[in-house]
Each structure stands twice: as structure tokens, then as C-alpha cells.
Design a protein around this ligand. Structure first.
Ligand code: BGP
Length: 491
């Protein structure tokens, strides 16, 4: 049997996409609270108010006009405000995860529940209590938490008043937050991730209208996060030697569309810019040689201190994690057949099929990615997001219970599990797998509820209606069987 004993099967969520209770018990706002819903063709918008009182909305990757401040406005729907109300349903949800046999549950802590603006001296006790209760509930069932410290939700005060991640001083605020949670949850948590899909910072600005200045800001933003991540790793090891800390990369397998040497080079550079740049710094503790070329392309000059470089060298991560949904084809040739997905645009690959949201379905790309990355870093790896966002239809099952017949989801997951198995046989030290959105939640990219990933259906609609009732889909029983057999029975 390929999957090693103790393999960490489970599921993943993020605070901003499932908790709801956005302004409850002292939580402060984050940018994700001012994001509207979108669709596959229309972007999520950030809503804002100008000093003169005029109001407006811009696509999320554009940023608000100079002087504007994010604001919750009348007439807009903000899906993350209530999400699936995990804040009040966590006991019921964790019981369902336990019923599936989860060994691990990946979740994130919302920074602004702990420090509402980020600058307080003392943490918000109600926020600390909430996560303690969640960890205790997981402990009851023997489920290991895998905790992401940052999943898209910097306190808004830091973003707007202090310059966000472009400001080197934000590192110290993150240090304080990291120290608080690492100290508070000692004994309840073993495995941590610092920044979710840290590499999306560059891909994200490229979705809009990137300028050299935007590239400079994005690379500086990343540098500051690298240093904060290295601090967190070092701190974690000091606070509890049993702690292990990983990086988290948006993992997209890139292929050249043609054998034209220009495409081969462009593809390699895409790997470097989008995937290796962050992984190398976080796994090796130093910038790779090609960083210079990337910076020079946009005349970027970064503020990097000697101390920063020393800190990076002292804080390489213990393991590598990534999300995997799709591959991407890279070409220098003109192509009308463009596809987008997970914050990246590429050419359409004629050998693949695509999801309803245009994401390439490519299980073999997962094996490709795992083998390539393991060879590069030789650190334990976890796939911490994978899954199919699809339309689900709630119907009455044979037992009279409401359910979803989601064979398409089972097929998708099965094919990916098969590829993980081959990668393990080929020598990859793969130690865990948490499928994305194990319970339906708000889509990060489009803000939709109807883009569903879960084994558990949540009765919540895009217009905000719904009872929040939870129902088991067919995939629930399938995954339970996969976990119980440690991946041997995936039929
Ligand atoms: C990743 C994020 C998740 C998640 C997932 C699916 O980018 O880490 O937060 O949402 O992709 O994407 P989407 O929600 O856009 O379907």
C-alpha cells in the first residue's frame, strides 16, 4: 500500500470563507469583508467611500482610488459576512468531519479576531477563546489541526492606515500576532502554515493592469512576508520544539504550449516567477539567482536589510505545502483560446477538459508537480487544497434525506488520489492531503456559494438566503471509505 501509516487525510477551509460572524465578539474588519460577490465572468468588487462622501466599487485587483477607504455600502451583498456561519456551527461541522474519519483539519485563524486593528497591545480574549474551543473540539475526535496564520485577511487598519505588507513595519505586527497564537495554542496544535498561497501576490496584480510600480510594491510586499514567515518559523521552534511550520504555495503545473524554444524558455521563467521564487526563499532561506532577472524586468529595487537576509537564513520552513487544482499552458504565440483560473491566465490546452469555471482538469499535473518540487527541496510535502468547484443539485436521497449525487466530484478526487499514490511510490515524501472546502463555503475567486467543493452541502445561496442546514453528499461516504482504507479503496 502506497500511503504511509499515519497519512494525514482531511479537509481544508479558511476563516474568511467559512466563519461568518465578521463583526462579532470584537473582531475587526479585513479587506475580505468589503468584497462583493462575483461570477466566473464578473470580478468581485471592493467597495469604498471617498473623503467627499462619494461611493464606488472597483475590481479587487485594481485597488481603491487614492484617498478612498474601504466601506460596507448599502445595496451590495458581502458573502463573507455570514459565509456558512462556521463560527456558530463548528461543533456540528467538526462532528461531520470526524464521521468521515478526518485525521487532519486545515483551517485558518483570522488575525483581526485576535488583534482587531493589528496594533493593540493586548489580544482580544473572545477571539482567542473561539479558536481554543475549536481546537478542543478537534482534540475530542483525535483530529490534528493544521493552522494557517494568514489566509487573505490582514486587519484592514494595517492595510489602509499603515501601508499593509509593503511597509516593513507590518512584519513586527505579524510577529506579535504569531507569538500570541504560538504561545496560546501550545499543546493543542502541532503543524502551522504561515501565508496561504503567498505566491499569488504577483499573479494577482497581473490580473489587472500591472505597472513597474505595482511590481515593485508586490515584490516588496512579498519580501516583507518572507521575513515575517522566517520569524514565525524561528519563534515556533523556540516556543515549542514539537512545532513544525510549512509554507503554502498556489501550485499550478505549467507546460509549454509548443516546442518552440521561446515557449520552453517562457514556461521555465513562469515556473520561476510564479512557483519557485517563493518556494526557494521559504525552503532555502535565501533568494535564488533568477530573482535578479525578475526584479530587473521591472526596474525593481527592494528595501532589503542585512538583518532581513540573516533572518531569512535562520527561518527556512520544515515542510512544503501547496494547493493544486489545475495546470496551465504557457506560450509566446498569439492565441485566441485563453483560459483563466485561480488568478492566472494561460492558453487552452487541447489535451485537457475544463471545469464550469474554466479550470483545467489535470490529475497528472499533480504528480508532475509533486515530483518536481520534492526533487528540488527534499522536504516533506502536503497537498493542502485540491478539489472540484461545481454546481450541485440538492435532491431527496433513497433514505429520504436530502443529498447531492456528486459523481463528478468523486471522479475528480479519485484521479488525483491515484496520482498522489504514484508519486509516493516514486519516492515523494507526501505526508498529508486536505481537500479544499470539505464543507461548502464562499469561493475566494468569485464570492459565489454555488461554486461548491464540499462533501457536506450547506443550504446557503448567493443571494444570502438559506437555512444553513448541512447535508451529506454522495462524496461524503466515498471519502470516509478512502480514509478508512488509507487510500487503498478509492472505487
Ligand atoms: C485558493 C485559495 C482558497 C480557495 C481555492 C479555490 O486560491 O487558497 O481560499 O478558495 O483557491 O478557489 P475558488 O474559491 O476561487 O474556487
Amino acid at each position: 500500500m502506497a500511503f504511509p501509516e499515519g497519512f494525514l487525510w482531511g479537509g481544508a477551509t479558511a476563516a474568511n470563507q467559512c466563519e461568518g460572524a465578521w463583526d462579532v465578539d470584537g473582531r475587526g474588519p479585513a479587506e475580505t469583508d468589503m468584497l462583493t460577490g462575483g461570477t466566473v465572468n464578473t470580478p468581485r468588487m471592493l467597495t469604498y467611500r471617498m473623503p467627499d462622501g462619494t461611493e464606488g466599487a472597483v475590481p479587487q485587483w485594481e485597488g481603491v482610488p487614492e484617498g478612498g477607504r474601504l466601506a460596507v455600502l448599502d445595496g451590495y451583498l458581502y458573502p463573507n459576512h455570514d459565509a456558512i456561519d462556521f463560527y456558530h456551527h463548528y461543533k456540528e461541522d467538526i462532528a461531520l468531519f470526524a464521521e468521515m474519519g478526518f485525521k487532519q483539519y486545515r483551517m485558518s485563524i483570522s488575525w483581526s479576531r485576535i488583534y482587531p486593528t493589528g496594533i493593540e497591545d493586548e489580544p482580544n480574549q473572545a477571539g482567542l477563546d473561539f479558536y481554543r474551543n475549536v481546537f478542543l473540539e478537534l482534540q475530542k475526535y483525535g483530529i490534528e489541526p493544521l493552522v494557517t496564520m494568514w489566509h487573505f485577511d490582514t486587519p484592514n487598519y494595517i492595510e489602509e492606515e499603515l501601508g499593509g505588507w509593503e511597509n516593513h513595519d507590518t512584519i513586527a505586527l505579524f510577529d506579535k500576532y504569531a507569538r500570541t497564537i504560538l504561545t496560546e495554542y501550545k499543546g493543542l496544535v502541532k503543524n502551522w502554515l504561515t501565508f496561504n498561497e503567498i505566491n499569488n501576490t504577483i499573479a494577482f496584480i497581473e490580473m489587472g493592469h500591472p505597472t513597474d510600480e505595482k511590481y515593485r510594491a508586490a515584490y516588496q510586499h512579498l519580501h516583507n512576508k518572507f521575513v515575517a514567515s522566517a520569524h514565525a518559523v524561528k519563534m515556533a521552534h523556540e516556543i515549542d520544539p514539537a512545532y513544525k511550520v510549512g509554507c503554502m504555495i498556489c501550485g499550478i503545473a505549467n507546460y509549454p504550449l509548443t516546442p518552440d524554444p521561446d515557449d520552453i524558455l517562457a514556461n521555465r521563467y513562469q515556473w520561476e516567477k510564479n512557483i519557485f521564487y517563493c518556494g526557494d526563499v521559504q525552503c532555502k532561506g535565501k533568494y535564488p539567482t533568477f530573482a535578479k532577472r525578475l526584479w530587473n524586468e521591472h526596474g525593481v529595487e527592494l528595501e532589503i536589510t542585512e538583518q532581513d537576509l540573516a533572518d531569512l537564513a535562520e527561518g527556512p520552513v520544515d515542510f512544503y505545502t501547496f494547493s493544486y487544482y489545475m495546470s496551465n499552458a504557457v506560450t509566446t504565440h498569439q492565441t485566441d483560446d485563453q483560459v483563466g483560473g485561480n488568478f492566472v491566465m494561460g492558453a487552452k490546452n487541447p489535451y485537457l477538459t475544463y471545469s464550469d469555471w474554466g479550470w483545467a482538469l489535470d490529475p497528472k499535473g499533480l504528480r508532475y508537480y509533486l515530483e518536481l518540487i520534492y526533487d528540488r527541496y527534499e522536504k516533506p510535502i502536503m497537498v493542502v487544497e485540491n478539489g472540484l468547484g461545481a454546481f450541485d443539485e440538492l435532491v431527496e436521497g433513497e433514505d429520504g434525506q436530502m443529498t447531492v449525487h456528486d459523481d463528478y466530484r468523486i471522479d475528480y478526487l479519485r484521479e488525483h488520489v491515484k496520482e498522489m499514490e504514484i508519486a509516493i511510490e516514486d519516492g515523494v515524501d507526501l505526508v498529508g492531503y486536505t481537500t479544499w472546502g470539505c464543507i461548502d463555503l464562499v469561493s475566494a475567486g468569485t464570492g459565489e456559494m454555488r461554486k461548491r467543493y464540499g462533501f457536506i452541502y450547506v443550504d446557503k445561496n448567493d443571494d444570502g438566503t438559506g437555512t444553513m442546514a448541512r447535508y451529506k453528499k454522495d462524496s461524503f461516504a466515498w471519502y470516509k471509505k478512502v480514509i478508512a482504507s488509507n487510500g487503498a479503496d478509492i472505487a
